[in-house]
Design a protein around this ligand. Structure first.
Ligand SMILES: Nc1ncnc2c1ncn2[C@@H]1O[C@H](COP(=O)(O)OP(=O)(O)OP(=O)(O)O)[C@@H](O)[C@H]1O
Ligand SMILES: [Mg+2]
Length: 285
């Protein structure tokens, strides 16, 4: 169980997250929704301790996460894997090495610097890639992949951390609808098969409704909705999204974003091919 109690974080005198209290039982898949600036990323980053909590506490089981330091904080970040909108792969490294960097949390500094991984770890990384339909790209340089493929590799990297929690900050915001579906299906499979709790900031209400057991709506740093998808009525959507509610409530996965920005389309196959040709030409000179 992840327990968040009175969590607050202010930047200057503005509260990004304002007195949030939540209990998230193990194995849930939770969608966090809200307008741009509602505090979704700040909340997720505090759970991972990428952002320092101001007031309040974060507990996982009986452990107080809020005060962890040094080695214990490092271990928490292994337990609590994170996936980002921009994938955060190392483009010049091959896919398998990118996935294996997820194991670095389990290694000492020297082994990490030498990138010394065991045969069992390599096999585990291939298995993780295979679960995401990406094993065939293991030796490919990461920056030759499409956006959807990159995100699947990032999820494989998260998996080899052997986390109990997976935090995803708008994991599909840069993807086209098909890749968005593949990535969300993968998150759901991991949640169901491995029992990993998934907490996912989402752009589109429709995605949250389709994939999440529970939806949490944030507005100006506060929880204004916490319930299952069926409970999310138009009136609640208004509370979460304000003037954008109508559009948010009726939109499908393919339409524009909810948080005031236009949806960012992923690169088309033609654009990727063009970029790859340009890169190859640059290499040849
Ligand atoms: N490092 C920071 N320094 C100053 N202000 C910040 C910082 N990070 C976030 N904020 C502010 O905190 C508020 C919440 O930001 P946050 O990024 O958590 O929102 P969000 O819901 O994730 O928005 P989006 O949908 O655009 O990603 C915003 O007003 C933002 O400007
Ligand atoms: Mg954000």
């Amino acid at each position: 169980m992840l327990k968040i109690d009175g969590l607050t974080k202010a930047f200057k005198d503005r509260k990004a997250v304002d007195n949030v209290s939540l209990e998230i039982p193990d194995g849930q898949i939770v969608g966090i929704i809200g307008r741009s600036g509602a505090g979704k990323s700040t909340l997720l980053r505090m759970i991972n301790r990428l952002a320092e909590p101001g007031e309040g506490r974060i507990l996982f089981g009986r452990r107080d996460i809020t005060t962890l330091k040094g080695r214990e904080l490092h271990a928490w970040r292994a337990t609590c894997a994170m996936v980002f909108q921009q994938f955060n792969l190392v483009g010049r490294l091959d896919v398998i090495t990118n996935v294996l960097t997820g194991r670095l949390y389990h290694h000492g500094l020297v082994a990490s610097l030498l990138q010394h991984f065991t045969a069992a770890e390599r096999a585990y990384a291939i298995k993780a890639l295979d679960r995401l339909g990406m094993a065939h790209t293991a030796l490919q340089q990461a920056d030759t992949l499409s956006g959807g493929q990159m995100q699947r590799v990032a999820i494989a990297r998260a998996l080899v951390q052997e986390p109990k929690l997976l935090l995803a900050d708008e994991p599909i915001a840069s993807l086209d609808p098909l890749n968005a579906k593949i990535v969300m299906d993968a998150l759901r499979t991991i949640n169901r098969e491995d029992g990993i709790t998934v907490i996912c900031n989402l752009h589109t209400l429709d995605t949250a409704r389709t994939y999440c057991d529970r939806i949490i709506g944030l507005a100006e740093g506060k929880v204004v909705f916490d319930g299952n998808p069926e409970q999310l009525t138009m009136r609640m959507a208004r509370e979460i999204y304000g003037a954008e509610a109508e559009e948010a409530f009726h939109e499908g996965m393919t339409s524009t974003s909810l948080n005031g920005q236009p949806a960012k389309p992923a690169l088309s196959a033609a654009e990727i091919a063009k970029a790859q040709i340009a890169k190859a030409e640059a290499l040849v000179g």
